[in-house]
Ligand binder design. Structure first.
Ligand code: RIB
Ligand code: CA
Length: 312
């Protein structure tokens, strides 16, 4: 099996935690680094949460580097209404024993890409501030990026505003830099990720092993279910972020099409919207692969098998 080297750029975040656990457990992934960015909450909390998840799971050989603490231009917003005030509510954590790498996330992303032979895939599953900053600070990384598999955007309604999905609207200018960079992108948007909802039956399957990871995962999902239930269109706890990792592991789980995607950075009400040319009405270059369908049953088997592989 080919092992894909990735850098996971995240804002843990309840669904981010599952992306970390999936990536670290998968034999198809060589997790080179976990980098954090301000998103679901402040970047300090995001880094602490990444350390907490890695401590419980015994993930000790992956550097965790803290990144940008605010968007490039707009005022910061957070996602505590869904993820809680810690950014990872649900479980009770002891003190983390996994350290923070002393390098800034942007420096580490640049360092790893420049030292590579172009084999690294970036997997951003939070706002794109770190990725955009790295691209602007060191354009020489662009030809070194094998692929960007990101969670973000939507072609229909958003989830932070009626127009915009959270990861994009937290830092629209960063997202625009990334989508206009020319790097090969896969955009796992809301229409895809709302196909993988952690139902009570799924949560029971995840909890079944009774290990520390299983208990942590179930507690996160039960909290996540409680906060998403408040939404009018209550999809339930969608596992958005692991889909971007699953794309790297096994693209056959997906149906996808190449589409042109723009990011709105100058509008009052639709600021941060991804304009996805689903019908190719503009005939513009296709700058993103957009998965439209996922085999949910196989996705859950992949994720639940990964979670069950943690015996700590
Ligand atoms: O819109 C879903 C995205 O926003 C996910 O990455 C979730 O973690 C939140 O950051
Ligand atoms: Ca996230």
């Amino acid at each position: 099996m080919e092992r894909h080297p990735i850098i996971l750029d995240c804002d843990p975040g309840l669904d981010d935690a599952f992306a970390i656990l999936l990536a670290a457990a998968s034999p198809a992934i060589d997790l080179r680094a976990i980098t954090t960015v301000a998103g679901n909450h402040t970047v300090d909390r995001m880094t602490l949460n990444a350390r907490r998840v890695c401590t419980v799971a015994g993930i000790r050989d992956v550097p965790i580097a803290q990144g940008c603490d605010r968007p490039l231009v707009r005022p910061q917003i957070v996602g505590s209404d869904i993820h809680g005030e810690s950014g990872l509510d649900g479980p009770t954590f002891g003190p983390p024993t996994v350290p923070t790498d002393p390098r800034h996330a942007v420096d580490l992303i640049i360092e790893l890409l420049l030292a590579s032979d172009g084999e690294i895939t970036l997997v951003p599953i939070g706002p794109l501030t770190n990725i955009a900053t790295a691209m602007r600070r060191e354009p020489r990384i662009l030809p070194k990026i094998r692929h960007i598999s990101l969670m973000g955007g939507a072609w229909g309604l958003g989830n932070r505003t009626p127009a915009a999905e959270f990861n994009i609207v937290v830092d629209p200018e960063a997202a625009r830099i990334v989508f206009e960079s020319g790097a090969p992108i896969t955009m796992c948007g809301l229409e895809l990720t709302h196909q993988v909802i952690a139902t009570p039956g799924i949560i029971d399957r995840i909890a079944a092993p009774g290990t520390p990871v299983a208990e942590m995962a179930a507690a996160m999902l039960r909290f996540y279910a409680s906060t998403t239930a408040r939404r009018r269109r209550s999809f339930g706890p969608a596992l958005h972020d692991p889909t971007a990792v699953a794309w790297v592991i096994d693209p056959t789980l997906f149906e996808a099409e190449a589409m042109h995607v723009d990011v709105e950075t100058h509008a009052e009400f639709s600021y941060g919207r991804t304009l996805v040319d689903v019908d190719d009405v503009l005939g513009l270059p296709k700058n993103a692969i957009v998965p439209t369908r996922i085999d949910a049953a196989r996705f859950w088997d992949l994720l639940i098998d990964a979670l069950a592989s943690y015996h700590a």
